[in-house]
Design a protein around this ligand. Sequence first.
Ligand code: CU
Length: 468
Amino acid sequence: MRFNRRQILAGTAASFAVIGGNPEMMQAETASDGFVELKIQKVPRVILEGGRETRLWTYNGINPGPEIRVKRHGQVKVRLVNGLDEPTMLHWHGIRIDNAMDGSPLTQNPVEPGETFEYVFSAPDAGTYWYHPHIGSSRQVEHGLYGALIVEEKTPPAETEELTLVLDDWLINDDGTINQQAFGDIRMAAHGGRLGNWFTVNGKSRPRLAAPAGRRLRLRLISCANARVMNLQLKGAEPYIVALDGQPLGAARALGTDPLQLGPGGRTDLMIRRGADEIILANLNRANEPLEVAYIDRTGDQGAADTGDIASLPGNGLAKTLDISGVAPIELVMEGGAMGGLAGAKLRGRDVDMRELVQNGMAWAFNGVAGMTEEPFASLKKGDTAVFDFVNKTAWPHAMHLHGHHVLPLTVDDKPVTSLDWRDTVVMAANSRMRVAFVADNPGKWMLHCHMLEHQAAGMMTWINVEI
Ligand SMILES: [Cu+2]
């Protein structure tokens, strides 16, 4: 049985299917030695009912991988077992982590097939985070390798239920198999990256979840999409944003009628009042039509009308203001891609033209260099305040991600932002500029890259060095 594209996109009843089978978010199990074991396994699954079997790449056989939960300042201990036939490693996205545990090619050797690697670190910030591979990430993440890392507040919000919603869009064929031809496709990499045609929430197409009506509801939204910038709508709720990229806002902010923008790798925590209305989560397509992706039934008695304030979450100690007087901004010029007019760039130390770049799978450059550089983009001393100017001279949006730190966006197109929020992944519009500032308080080598994974692979990555 085959399904046409329209059915897949519409998510009709016929295309309803379980993909990985972790809708209620299975929790990680801790072994007697205190480690959570994440074993990569390829598992055959039929993801479209009546379609062909495809192979998911999973942590412990499920997609998303098990949710790892720890209290703030608690220790995370994970043993990664590589069951792939290619190298991998684990990056802890958004965690202000000890550099050696960051899981990037700057900080560790790849974990080869059959090998294990133990990650041990403490989680300094309460919030919503996630884990995923940091080599071959376009293929590895798209095949299903990711999971939630939740760092709980010492005192979580009272009388509140919570749901983690791990969002992904997959590029699948009409027969329900993961599209393989598009991996490494330079045309796709030079455009918007690998945009999917099939949406899952917690590994399931259009799942129906439940939460009690008589308690407030905290939604932890995590985007594991390779490249799509989601624009989400919640019907049946008036949500308040309480955290972005893990970091609490100073005051809860009503989402209002605007869609919630969630870039690849980004997270948003929402708080919703008590109530019995069904909540429908939808993603707006390019025509601005809402495609329903998940449902939350609110069950039981909602109790008295919930008119109380939505309190902010306890902060993680990041100051909301930075003194940037006397700090010279460092410019990162982003160039290339389709309709970008990039003539050439440096590749592995050599000047090459666009044709040779493309032959090497490259389509983008940061400050005239495609791919990783020997020298860091910025060399900082621990404690330095840094200001970066990201200048997007391309016809495409990007999602800039800095490891090991959160940054404070200050201006967009030279205009002050309406609110100062700490982020680890910032979405930039095509042909725009953004100024961000942060304190380089975490020593080590940290990647700075576009989180559209095909853009990253095709050149959009560099790194910074923070010396003790
Ligand atoms: Cu990008």
